[in-house]
Design a protein around this ligand. Structure first.
Ligand code: BGC
Length: 739
């Protein structure tokens, strides 16, 4: 049955009250009482809202899902959730209560508020067979609930004191309503609980995460507790100057005796919480409740180096805390938006660790719905905040390339052709926009060089320069990303049997290559006008260099790395590929030295300075332990882009590469470097792949190939073996390995 047919009589209803600039309209509770002669065997509830909602049936919460209906491009579509509620019904009188809060529809996003509208609305239908209950003029609404204020950035105010609720009749919503679509994303839920360590009124959860605190407290009526959140301590005190305008504060007003608080209409990104009160109170328990899009665990990785294992943990927590219905840049400050560049570089690392299928499928539908002339907004869904050129959108390197890279990564990971098919049009539109942008500004073969015209984020967060340097590098990197995207679309066209397109993009790819080599590459393997790490990395990794020229370019990259004392100097566009560019081109040892570099900038610098998630800036904490920019401003301690290195753990340290999408055929070729052992696994459609290698008296490798799959194994000596399903053991003398 089509979704809209499930709403046979429901009408969008509202209170009619408008949200203000401070987004202070309290959450509103819609209520309806209805009678049942008997409890039906099957009762389905269909519900959605403009705002985020929570449903209670006879006082019990329906489902475990948070922030529903989820964040979609509300201008066009909103998801509908469906619940089986038969067990919550009773004979006689039943009460449905639905509280709707701001969420993304209203509320603050970036520097905007009420992006999609000023009034909340609800649409619900309960199908109990003979009896149907649906939102209409007979419902009532109140703003006198316990939650007095709720907004993602600023937090929640909850008042548990008894108070009379005054209900008023609802009105029908007369604003524009988006199309109803079935829920396809991963549900945001409570996925874990952390127990803090207490020092006075400061609680350390030992982990940077997204969620809330749940606390039980005994206090006198009217006592107000204030909970502040922070990622770091400064001089032993909670510091959150880097949250910028996000207040991320809970105000909890107690009734007499025992109280339990657990906000469900907001979340924060934090490691520390400070709990104070305006009167004495007794804390009975404090927990950190982890909120995240629930996804099954897919891969595991560990190795003989504890720092790398800690980094792997940072990466996993980066996913848990930034996959909150959409892929956010960070969970703490006044952003938490679906920044496209961040997920473009991180999507693959995420999919090695978690089953991201549903999550990306939903997000990619929004990406497609917001694409215009092939270009996508910088954040998806778009708040409009950064869309200065709405009428003439320009393609953006890396950020815009998410339209190509994210669906392709999903396809390679999970092998689902239909999903690739769904995105193909959008992928193609993206490279066509880049092609047009290149052609517009260049003559002769320069029309294949996309110089990134207009504003580009470029080599964002590269530690050897600053904002102007990052953006300035965009014009050089853009051609390489253009080349990469064209090649991906060429491969996708081949898979989908689009022969014409395959030919078109093969030609385009060769033209870009020729122009790039002619105008950029110098005899000695350096690049004209562009002597920075990401440039070498992307040129090597994206395959634009002919075999004969690779050695010289790789040598220049190695020289640059050594000149920088083996520190990382890449921004978002180069970071995921730095270690691959080295290791795959004869510099495996150097790649590991960069990975294990403890000085700043480097991954182990973060780990050694207590990171529990990867940072936005390599030098968020400087070598001397001080905070960049005093810790304030654009200094997030939970940004997953640098964690894109996690790819290298699976694909090189374990050596696991798909030879066919979805791993029906795969390669295993471990790069061991100085490590003594590593092991990991990956769940695929055919079953679990397991890899375990060790340097003992000899090098030993164990590989499990799932039923119906096959693998090509390459040992350190270069010896190759093809294997089919089953358990396989290999060994060879250590002498075959790198020194
Ligand atoms: C975000 C990013 C994003 C960038 C784009 C920042 O404010 O946090 O991670 O990609 O802006 O410039």
């Amino acid at each position: 049955m089509k979704l809209f047919e499930k709403f046979t009589r429901a009408k969008w209803i509202m209170s009619g009250r408008e949200n203000d600039r401070a987004c202070s309209l309290p959450p509103e509770t819609f209520q309806k009482t209805f009678a049942l002669d008997k409890v039906p065997e099957r009762a389905r509830l269909f519900v959605t809202a403009l705002g985020i909602y929570e449903v209670f049936l006879n006082g019990k919460r329906v489902g475990r899902d948070l922030f529903t209906p989820g964040y979609t491009d509300y201008k066009r579509r909103v998801q509908v959730q469906e619940y089986d509620v038969s067990s919550l019904l009773r004979t006689g009188e039943n009460v449905l209560e639905v509280t709707v809060a701001n969420g993304w529809y209203l509320g603050r996003i970036g520097n905007k508020y009420n992006v999609y509208g000023r009034r909340r609305a609800l649409l619900l239908e309960l199908d109990c067979g003979e009896v149907r209950v649906a939102t209409d003029e007979s419902w009532e609404v109140t703003a006198d609930g316990e939650v007095r204020f709720a907004d993602f950035y600023d937090g929640e105010t909850i008042d548990l004191r008894k108070k009379e609720r005054r209900f008023a009749p609802v009105c029908l919503f007369d604003g524009p309503t988006p199309a109803l679509v079935p829920h396809t994303g991963a549900f945001v839920r409570e996925v874990g609980v952390l127990t803090p360590e207490r020092k006075g009124n400061l609680f350390d959860f030992k982990q940077n995460f997204a969620g809330v605190v749940r606390l039980k407290v005994r206090a006198k009526e009217g006592t107000i507790l204030t909970v502040r959140h922070g990622e770091i301590l400064m001089d032993g005190k909670l510091f959150n100057g880097n949250y910028r305008s996000a207040k991320a504060t809970l105000s909890l007003i107690c009734r007499e005796g025992e109280n339990e608080f657990c906000p469900t209409f907001t979340y924060m990104g934090f490691r520390y919480a400070e709990i104070t009160g305006n009167a004495p109170f007794e804390l009975l328990s404090v927990e950190g409740v982890v909120y995240s899009s629930e996804m099954a665990r897919r891969g595991t990785f560990s190795c003989g180096n504890e720092d790398i294992n800690k980094l792997q943990s940072c990466i996993e927590w980066g996913i848990t805390s930034n996959f909150v219905d959409i892929p956010t840049d960070c969970p703490q400050r006044d952003e938490r938006m679906g920044w496209t560049g961040d997920i473009c570089v991180f999507a693959n690392a995420a999919s090695y660790n978690f089953d991201t299928r549903a999550f990306f499928r939903k997000w990619l539908a929004d990406l497609r719905s917001e694409q215009k002339d092939g270009c996508i907004p910088v954040t998806i869904p778009s708040s409009g905040m950064y869309e200065s050129n709405k009428r003439h959108p320009i393609p953006l390197m890396t950020w815009g390339d998410a339209a190509v890279v994210v669906p392709w990564n999903a396809y390679m990971n999970f092998g689902e052709r239909e999903t690739l098919g769904e995105s193909y049009g959008s992928m193609k539109a993206c490279v066509e926009a880049e092609r047009r942008a290149a052609a517009k500004r260049g003559f002769g073969d320069k029309k294949f060089l996309w110089n990134g015209g207009g504003y580009q984020f470029g080599d964002w967060c590269a530690p050897d320069t600053s904002w102007a340097g990052w953006t300035g590098r965009g014009k050089h990197l853009a051609t390489l990303w253009f080349f990469n995207s064209v090649n991906i679309v060429r491969r996708a066209a081949r898979i989908l049997g689009r022969t014409e397109d395959e030919k078109r993009y093969s030609e385009l790819s060769e033209n870009i290559r020729a122009a790039f080599l002619r105008h950029y590459l110098k005899e000695d393997g350096t690049f004209r006008h562009a002597n920075f790490m990401s440039m070498y990395v992307c040129a090597l990794y994206f395959g634009i260099l002919p075999e004969a020229r690779k050695e010289a370019v790789a040598a220049q990259l190695a020289r640059l790395v050594l000149k920088n004392d083996r520190r990382v100097m890449t921004g978002f566009p180069g970071t995921p590929y730095l270690l691959f560019a080295l290791a795959d081109n004869g510099y495996e040892e150097l790649a590991f030295k960069v990975l294990l570099q403890e000085k700043c900038p480097g991954w182990m610098h973060m780990v050694r300075h207590g990171a529990t998630t990867t940072w936005e800036r390599w030098n968020a904490i400087e070598e001397d332990g001080s905070f960049f920019h005093g810790g304030a401003g654009m200094v997030s301690f939970n940004h997953y882009a640098a964690g894109a290195v996690g790819d290298f753990f699976y694909r090189r340290i374990l050596g696991l590469e798909p030879l066919e999408a979805g791993y029906s055929r795969f390669a295993v070729q471990p790069f061991c470097g100085p490590l003594t052992h590593a092991e990991g696994s990956l769940m695929t459609a055919r079953g679990k792949i397991e890899i375990k290698w060790k340097k003992g008296d000899a090098f030993t490798l164990h590989v499990t190939v799932p039923e119906g799959a096959s693998a090509e194994i390459t040992l350190p000596s270069g010896k190759r073996t093809a294997v089919t399903a089953g358990e396989h053991d290999f060994a060879e003398p250590l002498a075959c390995m790198l020194p």
